[in-house]
Design a protein around this ligand. Structure first.
Ligand code: SAH
Length: 265
């Protein structure tokens, strides 16, 4: 999958992309990412990318012409992109479902705004606007990294074990189950707030794969029910999960009826 990222701070994108899973995928050629310095598409001696807003007011606005020139250059070099995304707090909320949709595209361009944002006319060349959440950042670089990371993990071959992607939170409308690693029991004295030893649940040490699978389903469901019940409406649950969910819901109702609200189900 191809990405082009247009920014006035290329280093903000290049360093993070060189690390970890994405770094390896780029090295292998599974991902083809080009970072474009917006200043390379200016025509004046000082390489100016911003200007004052018409109508007055504080701050600066990214000029349209360098962005148009960057998009023209990308298209000339790599063909017409499948999507041109403007990062913007005014955009559609970026979710796992959006990440999945974008992971099916061949070539995505991401535009990083700065200052007060980009000249409104840039939207003529934009196919979609995405927001990573209801807060305002000082630039589109972090949003572009968030989007490319979430999308790239879904591209086949980027994450080694596709099962781990399938289990991830949100992928089926559920939060992920809890994970433990060695040691099975922490040194004596390490205890939770109620004084219980910090032990790994016995079932995970049992070697009983059917029991482990069922425990994980129950944990994922009970977490989702406790923390994000809104997700359950859209979740794709198998028969066993539906049965476990009914048990958990019945358990909650009877706990409530006894007058003690069940916390983590
Ligand atoms: N004045 C603008 C915000 C500009 S913030 C407004 O209120 O809409 C500067 C740039 O940071 C934006 O152009 C965008 O590219 C990026 N940005 C800031 N917050 C963002 C968010 N939540 N999601 C995606 N991009 C964001």
């Amino acid at each position: 999958m191809k990405f082009d990222i247009v920014t006035i701070f290329p280093a903000m994108i290049e360093r993070p992309l060189a690390e970890g899973i994405l770094g390896r995928a780029i090295e292998r050629g599974t991902l083809d990412v080009k970072v474009r310095d917006l200043r390379d598409f200016t025509t004046d001696r000082h390489r100016v990318v911003d200007d004052v807003p018409y109508g007055g007011g504080p701050g600066m606005v990214l000029k349209p012409s360098p962005i148009f020139a960057a998009l023209d250059a990308i298209e000339a070099e790599r063909g017409r992109p499948s999507a041109v995304i403007l990062t913007s707090p005014q955009g559609t909320r970026f979710t796992q479902a959006e990440a999945r949709r974008l992971s099916g595209l061949a070539h995505v361009v991401l535009l990083c705004g700065r200052y007060e944002g980009v000249d409104e006319r840039v939207r003529e060349r934009v196919t979609e606007e995405l927001s990573i959440g209801d807060y305002v950042l000082s630039g589109g670089e972090l949003p572009a990294l968030v989007i490319i990371d979430a999308v790239a993990r879904l591209v086949p071959g980027v994450v080694g074990d596709q099962q781990s992607v399938a289990d991830d939170s949100f992928s089926r409308g559920l939060l992920d189950f809890p994970q433990f690693t060695r040691p099975a029991e922490l040194a004596p004295g390490a205890a939770d707030a109620e004084g219980r030893a910090l032990k790994v649940p016995d079932v995970l040490l049992s070697g009983n794969h059917a029991a482990i699978r069922r425990w994980r389903k129950r944990e994922a469901l009970s977490r989702t029910l406790a923390r994000r019940p809104d997700l359950l409406d859209g979740a794709a649950l198998d028969d066993e999960e539906q049965e476990i969910l009914r048990e958990l819901q019945d358990g909650r109702i009877s706990a409530l009826q006894k007058g003690k609200a069940g916390s983590d189900a």
